[in-house]
Ligand binder design. Structure first.
Ligand code: SAH
Length: 251
């Protein structure tokens, strides 16, 4: 089994594949000014098993295109959507987030939680902009420094894993320079990482190793997760995901 298949096996049972929470998604929806609007066309990009997709479908009058390149995650999302009778609002598409099929200026909103880092924040927001209607909304969460300075070990760790990690003011400057008008920013509270993401993963690591006979590849993935979790527990004052909500601007 290759590393991607192992990651899918480890994360597929999770309610989320990145830090987040339904209440956080609802807060971003409110900041985006979407509640009450009719017949919205939304894409949830890098949706995973669709925790945010389901919140969007429950909350809004919308058709949602749920995009992820892992078909197994989309199957779980479809099962969940049918169970809640939301299947008619959600269409899944097994596609790469850097080769999207939408017409230019066709979407009211692009949603993406804990996923844009896969193609890079700046590259992603620039590429996705064309698909938004002139006043369309972008709502993305992205790894963010919470303070201007921090311990060197932490800087070194995240710059190795995600060199685009930066402060909220730097991310907002990128949005402005990329043709967006910022509407809101807030950092995700730590329960989104610990209670909603890392503790469930810690609970699954033992069974994951057993399923894969303690293979070298499975052990490497477990070690990576343990290191990331330890960094979070030690340094959570200094970083989180930031949720960025912006409107396409043509000025
Ligand atoms: N939004 C979900 C999942 C976040 S994890 C949540 O918040 O729970 C990131 C997701 O992006 C994973 O589901 C992964 O399969 C997907 N992904 C990673 N690279 C991708 C790419 N290049 N194209 C499409 N999906 C990708």
């Amino acid at each position: 089994m290759d590393d991607l298949a192992l990651m899918v096996d480890l994360h597929g049972d999770g309610e989320r594949q990145s830090p987040g929470d339904d209440a956080v998604t609802r807060r971003a929806i409110a900041l985006a000014g979407l509640p009450g609007r009719k017949n919205l066309s939304i894409a949830d990009i890098g949706c995973g098993t669709g925790a945010s997709t389901m919140v969007l479908a429950r909350t809004l009058d919308a058709e949602i295109a749920a995009i992820d390149f892992v078909p197994e995650f989309l199957e779980t999302l479809e099962d969940n959507a049918h169970r809640e009778n939301l299947g008619q609002k959600i269409a899944t598409h097994p596609l790469a987030m850097d080769a999207l099929p939408f017409d230019d200026q066709s979407l009211d909103a692009i949603w993406s939680e804990g996923a844009i880092y896969n193609i890079g924040f700046e590259n992603g927001v620039r590429y996705w902009r064309r698909f938004l209607k002139p006043d369309g909304i972008l709502a993305v969460s992205e790894l963010t420094w919470l303070t201007a300075t921090r311990p060197d070990a932490l800087t070194e760790y995240w710059e190795r894993h995600y060199p685009e990690v930066d402060t909220a003011s730097a991310k907002i400057a990128i949005l402005e320079a990329s043709g967006y008008s910022p509407l809101g920013y807030f950092p995700l509270p730590s329960y989104c990482w610990l209670a909603n993401f890392y503790r469930p993963i810690e609970g699954r690591l033992g069974a994951f190793l057993e399923r894969h006979d303690n293979s070298d590849a499975a052990q490497a993935i477990v070690a990576e997760h343990r290191e990331e979790i330890a960094f979070y527990k030690r340094y959570s004052d200094y970083f989180s995901y930031g949720f960025y909500i912006a409107r396409r601007s043509d000025g």
